[in-house]
Design a protein around this ligand. Structure first.
Ligand code: NAP
Length: 311
């Protein structure tokens, strides 16, 4: 039940980087949502009640309709389960969980409780992605090359969880590339992988992944967190009609040699529009495909120990 004017009253858990950079400003500007409260172990957000835990927030705000979960994936399941149990719609940051099966349990719990569950993949809302998907639809694809190379010290300073089991290491950004690829390409599957894991960490700092689709199209993805200088977030698709290149994480699109005009960046606005539409139509949206590829890489990939990583 939303407020009488239809506004969805939302609480947020985990006041960290992505909550501050995107969720809180976008909720603040949204015509669909009103921020009721936040729950944070250490952080604070001015202007609304702050609680130490999700349980306390739920107990104090009986009028809540929805919860956005912005913590690392290892903390997501318990919070999502509690929110669903309280009858709240749930927005899951990416990746939707630390395991595939736990997300399946959430899907079933949300269905049983009659609430909406949204596994968000923000990169799918990058400006060039829908245009690329439409252009590729029905075209014969020859090869796909994905390069997602960035400097972990710049983008993830001091984030211990990302190196721990369940944190996924370089797959934390790499899953964004796979969320786009699984959206714009026909279904594909992993055929081999090499994961480079620092000797003092649990999660890879780099990964070299090989995939194929049913037609045998070679798809290669290279993720590397050791790139300093210019950063690369590119997907190149060679087709019978020439190349398509999505660069800047989906923020720029070139088809042939023509840079395509695109709308401005509004990934999180797109996510919250989608979440509102799901709630109002009584639906859920949980696509596990990007996470399946990561699980397959851990299951099928060779592990190579590389030099220790220190912040
Ligand atoms: P972060 O700043 O390191 O952590 C987010 C917040 O989660 C922390 O401030 C903390 O909030 C809570 N938290 C941290 N460790 C926890 C733990 N072990 N148990 C429970 N809560 C914990 O991370 P982030 O960069 O915002 O990323 C959070 C999620 O958003 C990840 O799944 C990531 O993939 C996704 N994401 C991040 C970005 C980005 O640019 N950083 C972009 C898109 C998506 P409190 O202190 O408030 O409790």
């Amino acid at each position: 039940m939303a407020a009488s004017d239809g506004t969805i009253r939302i609480g947020l858990v985990g006041v960290g980087k992505i909550a501050r950079d995107q969720h809180l400003p976008v909720i603040g500007a949204s015509p669909d949502f009103a921020l009721t409260a936040v729950a944070s172990r250490d952080g604070r957000h001015e202007g609304v009640p702050n609680h130490r835990t999700l349980a306390e927030m739920i107990a104090r705000h009986r009028d809540l309709d929805a919860i956005a979960l912005c913590q690392p994936p290892q903390a997501r399941f318990a919070a999502a389960q509690a929110a669903i149990e309280a009858g709240l719609h749930v927005f899951l940051e990416k990746p939707p969980g630390a395991t595939l099966a736990e997300v399946g349990v959430l899907v079933e719990a949300a269905r049983a409780k009659g609430v909406s569950l949204f596994a968000s993949w923000h990169s799918r809302y990058a400006p060039g992605v829908e245009h690329a998907r439409r252009w590729l639809s029905g075209r014969r694809i020859r090869t796909v090359t994905i390069a997602w190379m960035e400097d972990v010290r710049h983008w993830h300073p001091g984030q211990g969880w990302i190196w721990e089991a369940g944190g996924m290491g370089v797959f934390d950004p790499g899953i964004n590339a796979l969320s786009i690829a699984t959206h714009i390409l026909p279904p594909f599957f992993l055929t081999g992988a090499t994961l480079s894991v620092p000797e003092n960490r649990q999660a890879p700092i780099a990964a070299d992944l090989h995939f194929s689709d049913a037609a045998g199209t070679p798809i290669r993805a290279v993720f590397d967190w050791r790139q300093t200088g210019p950063q690369t977030w590119d997907i190149r698709v060679d087709t019978e009609d020439g190349p398509l290149v999505l660069s800047e994480g989906g923020g720029a699109l070139t088809i042939g040699d023509r840079l395509q005009p695109l709308p401005p960046e509004a990934e999180y606005r797109g996510l919250y529009d989608r979440f509102a539409a799901l709630i109002r139509s009584g639906a859920s949206d949980v696509d596990l495909n990007p996470l399946i590829h990561i699980a397959d890489a851990f299951m099928r990939g060779e592990r190579r120990t590389v030099e220790a990583f220190t912040d």
